[in-house]
Ligand binder design. Structure first.
Ligand code: ZN
Length: 256
């Protein structure tokens, strides 16, 4: 049954299904972080409507594109520096602690699931992580502060890897960049196990990430979609809630 549930009814239904599930999986998108002060880049007026994203091949080919990418990145960093986990993040961390959730698959790159206490074993980041950087050639990790110090002292030149000379990029997946194999495999395996799949704040327009809810439904899992706006897959869901993620998950974030 697909319906626009009222908030209390939806929370009760979700609670019952979480208790009954053998493997509940949360799939999160930008909507879980909006109450944390991190805007959805794709929303009207969002950053991506003002600045076209730099495709991966251009980043690789042009030093000027790397300089521009890091310039934008540090502007974002200063805007999001104070972001803290919201009620949705806290609720998921608690559900994991309670053994009611089998894992979290996220499209987000903001690191707020980790900040709420979710460990690496329980978290799959499909689009990488924007809170650090890596060398694209040798894989060495660099902290953003390390990059910024060099960027600032050179007058806005993106540093290359001191070990191998390779380009250093925020550890996110850009447009045109291959999806991370390990994470895609882990997400696939977790989705196959899932009998309750809960989409939280994803508009389900970015593929291949958005394939996982469809795959779960195909496998016979219950599908729940919580999003402010309707999605193209609402008609497939067993429960649809058009509301704020924090409001919907608030009861799950409280101490039992
Ligand atoms: Zn390197």
């Amino acid at each position: 049954m697909t319906f626009d549930a009222d908030l209390k009814g939806a929370q009760a239904q979700l609670s019952d299904w979480l208790d009954a599930a053998h493997c509940a999986v949360a799939f999160t998108g930008a909507g879980i972080s909006t109450e944390c002060g991190i805007p959805d880049f794709r929303s009207p007026g969002g950053l991506w409507t003002q600045n076209k994203p730099i495709p991966f091949d251009v980043f690789l080919a042009m030093k000027s594109a790397r300089n521009e990418a890091w310039k934008r990145k540090f502007v974002l960093e200063s805007a999001f520096a104070g972001a803290r986990p919201g009620r949705g993040h806290v609720a998921l961390a608690r559900l994991l602690e309670q053994g009611k959730l089998g894992g979290v698959i996220t499209q987000n790159i903001d690191g707020l699931h980790q900040a709420s206490g979710v460990g690496e074993a329980d978290l799959i980041e499909l689009h990488g992580n924007g809170t650090y950087a890596t060398c694209l050639d040798c894989g060495t990790r660099y902290e953003l502060g390390w990059v910024k110090a060099r960027f600032d002292t050179s007058g806005g030149i993106a540093p290359d890897c001191p070990h191998c000379g390779g380009p250093i990029k925020a550890a996110t997946i850009s447009f045109g960049q291959a999806m991370p194999e390990t994470e895609m495999r882990r997400a696939d395996a977790l989705t196959r196990q899932s009998d309750l799949f809960i989409v939280l704040g994803s508009s389900l327009v970015v593929f291949p990430a958005a394939q996982f809810p469809l795959q779960a439904k195909d496998n016979g899992a219950r599908l729940v979609i919580v999003n402010r706006e309707p999605t193209d897959f609402d008609h497939l869901a067993d429960l649809v809630v058009h509301a704020d993620i924090g409001d919907v998950l608030a009861p799950f974030a409280r101490n039992a």
